[in-house]
Design a binder for this molecule. Structure first.
Ligand SMILES: Cc1cc2nc3c(=O)[nH]c(=O)nc-3n(C[C@H](O)[C@H](O)[C@H](O)COP(=O)(O)OP(=O)(O)OC[C@H]3O[C@@H](n4cnc5c(N)ncnc54)[C@H](O)[C@@H]3O)c2cc1C
Length: 381
């Protein structure tokens, strides 16, 4: 019997992790990526214990961890640098596995791609839609070509063309805030922990990476696609965050204009369905979340592991897709909704609300924080 063809659309964290997980169970998937070539893009990523466990399951954790940096704590601070809450990665790591791991996106991407046969990654292939031919699916690309395939794994991110065709009403929703990111040379800034500072002007996150680099992000409330903010430069951010504690001003001063990346923060309202016979939505295409819990990529990696498990357990991939959906719908809904709510609270601007929030958070008993964290970090594999 001829081997069935699996096509993964999108060569991001989800698409590449899925291709590796499938390779491990003897399935070679072809990956179609819209970018003409893989270029070092993006800023940093924090990966939690569930993501590292996912990488362990697909046998690449050591290589990935070697490219990044383990951080001792993740703290939420006020704009004077005083702790609101702090999670100790060493203690958490003892319970849930390696935690609070930071890596440059480009390094992660490179490490994932290195696990695959270069011939199975097809760049310059933007999927625009699909049609059916009996049990087969024909995927169309924007270069005029098409590919007949048995199974489609749609991992083309939040703007997934395949999802738009399947569920036209599932459009991304704007969270109400926008985010600048950059990676800078750390210079003399000493830091071995990740932090996020919540002030009235917005939030400022600091995540040390390997090779003496620091990834920072700054989040402010704003209308969607604000034309004024599009033109903001480093000096404007210095004005907004100038009164934040050290080393925020230093990090901004060390930032080159051309390294600033700006994104409005969007997610997908939880979908009712990921599996559509021989087509499966994965990663951000299925359950894009706001970055407040740092779980979007972690969930994409979980998807890869769960799909490979279900393909092993079920004789027919369509049954595996249904089983995948059953395992993933509730978990990803919990993350998307939790992250959405956390973002709303973190972006409060009124001084009284900020005071009440910070005071209450400081009083939250450790076992309650731990219970929340357990639910995020515990996987079913
Ligand atoms: C500001 C910010 C900070 C974040 N921080 C974290 C964090 O700290 N930790 C964490 O876990 N997550 C974080 N996330 C979320 C994380 O980036 C995503 O969840 C993750 O990248 C999803 O991976 P993906 O492969 O599903 O989608 P994507 O990363 O979007 O990859 C999709 C890929 O498909 C390609 N593509 C797009 N359209 C097509 C098409 N039509 N045909 C073919 N290819 C296509 C794209 O070029 C891309 O390579 C953050 C997100 C943002 C916005």
């Amino acid at each position: 019997m001829q081997a069935k063809i699996f096509s993964i659309l999108g060569g991001g964290i989800c698409g590449l992790s899925t291709a590796i997980a499938l390779k491990n169970i003897g399935i070679r998937a072809e990956v179609y990526e819209s970018a003409p070539q893989f270029r070092p893009l993006g800023a940093g990523l924090l990966l939690a214990a569930n993501a590292v466990r996912g990488f362990q399951k697909i046998g690449i954790a050591e290589k990935i961890v070697a490219r990044g940096r383990l951080l001792s704590t993740f703290s939420i601070l006020d704009n004077r640098g005083r702790t609101i809450t702090a999670a100790d990665a060493t203690t958490i790591g003892k319970k849930y596995g390696l935690h609070n791991f930071a890596i440059h996106r480009a390094d992660l991407h490179e490490a994932l791609a290195a696990e695959l046969d270069p011939a199975q990654i097809h760049t310059g292939k933007r999927a625009t839609g699909f049609s059916k031919n009996g049990e087969k699916t024909i995927v169309q690309f924007d270069d005029g070509t098409s590919r007949e395939t048995d199974f489609v794994l749609a991992a083309e991110g939040i703007h997934s063309a395949i999802r738009r065709q399947l569920l036209p009403e599932s459009t991304p929703r704007y969270a109400g805030y926008t985010c600048w990111r950059a990676v800078v040379d750390a210079g003399a800034v000493p830091q071995d922990f990740a932090s996020e500072t919540w002030g009235a002007a917005g939030r400022f996150g600091i995540v040390p990476l390997s090779d003496n680099r620091i990834y920072w992000f700054a989040v402010v409330n704003a209308p969607q696609n604000d034309p004024v903010l599009r033109h903001y430069g480093v000096a404007d951010l210095q004005r907004l965050f100038g009164n934040f504690h050290d080393p925020v001003p230093q990090l901004l001063a060390q930032t080159r204009e051309e390294d600033l990346i700006l994104n409005d923060i969007i997610d997908l309202k939880p979908l009712p369905q990921f599996a559509f016979e021989n087509i499966l939505l994965l990663g951000d295409a299925a359950h894009a979340t706001t970055p407040n819990m740092g779980q979007g990529a972690c969930q994409a990696i979980e998807d890869a592991v769960v799909l490979a498990e279900e393909l092993t357990k079920n004789q027919h991939p369509v049954a595996a897709f249904t089983a995948f959906e059953k395992r993933r719908l509730k978990r990803t809904r919990f993350i998307v909704e939790g992250s959405w709510s956390l973002g709303k609270i973190a972006q409060w601007e009124a001084p009284l609300l900020i005071f009440l929030r910070n005071t209450l958070l400081r009083l939250v008993p450790e076992n309650l924080n731990e219970r929340q964290m357990r639910r995020v970090l515990t996987t079913d594999f």
